[in-house]
Design a protein. Structure first.
Length: 238
């Protein structure tokens, strides 16, 4: 079923019923500050494109255009420090994205953004940060942050070596005659908790590519840490 992404942002609330129509099964609802949000099982819905199922890198390529140099380890893909980031072969515009990640054990003398750093770049432009942020106050560079734009509303990060996940609803900017007329918007759930609700992203984040009207790939960042990923799927909404 095709759904206009505009309906997801009605009155600033992600509507659970519409998300179910987009293919989410086995959901239950909870009351949140801004309305009723879906809490979904992690199984890919029928309408999804499974970007990683634990078996191969067929949906991915190195950001440098070469083959992926990460490792397949027990049904996960593991970042190889120094091997570069990876991007999807397919480009996306509006979508719902699910990504599970695991930050490795780190020595106590490793500090700041060296602690399990990675990220999910939407269209290679907008980064949702991955970092060891357990038991810290939310910051604009901590886990779940829209990098250097907005801290998560709350820090729900788990301890190192615990699997975590993001569910992301993204609406790309709108352009007319080469000019941006609406900024990107994003809603993010981390570990089933809403951490960003219909947030406007005014421009690209950090090292992201410049904004433009063209769709773009999903990028998983290599930033020197052996972060692992699994169960990555996307539901296009455009």
């Amino acid at each position: 079923m095709k759904i206009s992404c505009k309906t997801f942002w009605l009155n600033g609330v992600v509507l659970a019923g519409l998300l179910v129509s987009a293919g989410c099964a086995n959901f239950r609802c909870c009351d949140a500050v801004f309305g009723v949000f879906p809490r979904c099982s992690c199984a890919p819905p029928d309408s999804s494109i499974v970007l990683f199922d634990g078996t191969d890198f067929s949906h991915w390529i190195g950001e440098d255009g070469n083959s992926v140099k990460w490792q397949l380890v027990n049904g996960t893909m593991k970042v190889v420090p120094g091997a570069g980031s990876i991007v999807t072969r397919q480009n996306f515009q509006d979508f719902r994205l699910h990504v599970e990640f695991n930050i490795p054990e780190l020595p106590p003398d490793v500090n700041g953004e060296a602690r399990g750093n990675s990220g999910i770049y939407i269209q290679r432009r907008y980064e949702i940060q991955i970092l060891d942020s357990y038991d810290f106050q939310p910051t604009k560079t901590g886990c779940g942050a829209i990098y250097k734009i907005k801290a998560p509303d709350k820090n729900v990060s788990r301890k190192l070596r615990k699997w975590q996940y993001f569910d992301i609803l993204f609406r790309a900017p709108r352009w007319e005659d080469g000019k941006k007329i609406e900024s990107a918007r994003i809603t993010v759930l981390q570990n089933n908790v809403v951490i960003h609700n219909n947030v406007i992203i005014p421009d690209k984040t950090g090292a992201g590519q410049p904004e433009g009207p063209q769709p773009g790939p999903i990028k998983l960042q290599e930033h020197g840490s052996a972060v692992r990923f699994r169960n990555v799927w996307i539901v296009p909404l455009d």
